[in-house]
Design a protein around this ligand. Structure first.
Ligand code: GDP
Ligand code: MG
Length: 168
């Protein structure tokens, strides 16, 4: 079985954009995983790994469940549940422009309880002035160095792929 990476985070932080940026041109198979079809959408992709590639399955948990605009709690709960169950590595995504939100705190609280590696990914750092904003997210209590990226313009992608390879 390939390693599984789940992207977790509240709506609009850029989960789908990251998936497309990282893997858009390298997606080989798109399939709901048999048996747990209703629980997750896995995309099988080739991740650059040093001078080769390795196949991983990426789960964009944002595609799971129904988003109720008035109550985001159950949506996030479902993401974390699926990630817990299915993933070998969790990418926890936040938005540097919004700073730490209550929902980020809630997701972090749930992720801290897991015995799986979690990488904090601070997205929308489109310009260098946003890089220092990353420090504010340390209070989420996620182990390890946060990574600043711009899923939109591609900044930080090389560092992110390197980190993923270290953690898997
Ligand atoms: P998701 O709900 O977490 O899957 O978020 P999406 O990938 O749908 O992105 C939500 C919005 O944020 C879209 O309008 C994206 O174009 C925008 N977005 C995503 N990544 C970035 C980024 O790195 N910088 C900026 N400025 N906007 C971004
Ligand atoms: Mg999405």
């Amino acid at each position: 079985d390939p390693y599984r990476i789940a992207i977790v985070g509240r709506p609009n932080v850029g989960k789908s954009t990251l998936l497309n940026r990282l893997f858009g041109s390298r997606v080989s198979i798109v399939e709901p995983t048999a048996g747990v079809t209703r629980d997750r959408i896995g995309v099988r992709v080739e991740l650059p790994c040093y001078n080769r590639t390795r196949v991983v399955e990426v789960i964009d948990t944002g595609g799971i469940g129904i988003v109720d605009r008035h109550d985001l709690g159950p949506h996030v709960e479902e993401q974390v549940r699926v990630a817990t169950m299915a993933a070998d590595l969790i990418l926890f995504m936040v938005d540097v422009r919004d700073g730490v939100t209550p929902l980020d705190v809630e997701v972090a609280r749930r992720l801290r309880g897991l015995s799986k590696p979690v990488q904090l990914v601070c997205n929308k750092a489109d310009t260098e002035k946003f890089n220092w904003e990353v420090d504010a997210f340390r209070r989420l209590g996620i182990v390890g160095e946060p990574i600043a990226i711009s899923a939109q313009n591609g900044d930080g992608m090389v560092a992110l792929v390197e980190r993923i390879n270290e953690l898997l």
